[in-house]
Design a protein around this ligand. Structure first.
Ligand code: CO8
Length: 306
């Protein structure tokens, strides 16, 4: 039975509203023997929902897809929980970076849940695709950087989720693909659009039309991921990247992403105009004054996001 996304949280006597989930359940899933998502076990606040795990620690929100028995396949309830988690992270000023990964040692996510897909018709298929697209777009456009820690299969909707993240770091055993054509389907969570934008139209056509699976090294070569590391070093590498992002000014990170993302869809000249106006905007921030002054004073900048 599908529980409300807040179902677990509400079992606690002090939990009256969805917002309360932040404050009462401390890393319970870490104590429950579920695989570690790579952060220290001290001082974080987390909840276990039905299909995802969510923890905030040191300004990073960790989301782990948690259906390892079906390789973290994305059923409708998982998408719903993801969307709520993305909203929570977006609204929380204490969260500056997000990390997404998969539970277990085999998969990030092996795609949409095929058992659910089998029953779709024209109307429900389109509606389900739009629901997932909306959730993934929320992640992509929230203005806070996200890192996909790809620990195994990232196929179909799993690859699409990774592509909606800002940065993708893969373990050596990660596998990527858009195998929907093997099921008589096409990608539906933005894959036809994001893959071609990330790796170019030719390779996107090859991957989507053949439905073939590629290994981490090939994903690196075509630009689908930016780093490949040994499996046991994955979360350390991801946490190091998250830390590096936390040390930058959040306004500059947001502006740089906006210039790249929106500029990518524009004519070159218009993209340059957008860049210049965002450059002007960051010049007006305290962070810019602090960053330049810190350089000249030969010290580390202390950005405040203002
Ligand atoms: N959905 C449901 N169950 C799955 C899925 C999935 N996507 N992937 C794996 N599982 C289940 C298996 O059925 C199996 O369950 P059980 O143990 O009960 O038999 C369990 O996970 C373990 O899987 P395997 O035994 O198959 O493990 P293998 O190591 O042999 O193979 C593979 C791993 C190669 C990843 C294989 O599981 C596989 O090919 N999975 C399907 C991959 C796929 O086709 N993904 C694309 C799905 S379609 C999609 O993502 C569309 C996105 C857009 C949707 C838009 C909304 C409408």
């Amino acid at each position: 039975m599908v529980k409300s996304v807040w179902g677990v949280a509400r079992t606690h006597p002090r939990a009256q509203t969805p917002g309360d989930w932040r404050s009462y359940r401390r890393s319970s899933y870490l104590q429950a023997g579920v695989p570690d998502i790579g952060c220290s076990r001290e001082g974080g606040i987390g909840v276990e929902l039905e299909y995802i795990r969510f923890e905030k620690r040191d300004q990073v929100a960790y989301i782990s897809l948690n259906r390892p028995k079906v390789l973290n396949a994305l059923n409708a309830a998982t998408i719903e929980e993801l969307e709520k988690a993305f909203k929570e992270a977006a609204d929380d000023d204490g969260v500056r970076v997000m990390v997404l990964t998969g539970s277990g040692d085999k998969a990030f996510a092996a795609g949409a849940d095929i058992a659910e897909l089998a029953g779709k018709n024209a109307m429900s298929g389109a509606a389900t695709a739009e629901t997932g697209q909306h959730a993934f777009r929320l992640l992509e456009a929230m203005g806070k950087p996200s890192i996909a820690a790809v620990n195994g299969y990232a196929l179909g909707g799993g690859c699409e989720l990774a592509m909606a993240c800002t940065i993708r770091i893969a373990s050596e055993k990660a596998r990527f693909g858009q195998p929907e054509v093997n099921l008589g389907l096409i990608p539906g969570y933005g894959g036809t659009q994001r893959l071609s934008r990330l790796v170019g139209k030719g390779i996107a056509l090859d991957l989507i039309l053949t439905g073939r699976t590629i290994d981490a090294q090939e994903a690196l070569r075509i630009g689908l991921v930016s780093r490949v590391v040994p499996q046991e070093e994955l979360m350390a590498a991801v946490n190091e990247t998250a830390q590096s992002l936390l040390e930058k000014g959040p306004i500059a990170l947001k502006a740089a992403r906006e210039a790249i993302d929106r500029g990518f869809e524009m004519e070159f000249e218009d993209g340059c105009k957008l860049e210049a106006s965002l450059f002007g905007l960051v010049c007006a921030t305290d962070d810019m004054k602090e960053g330049t002054r810190a350089f000249l004073e030969k010290r580390k900048a202390n950005f405040k996001g203002r």
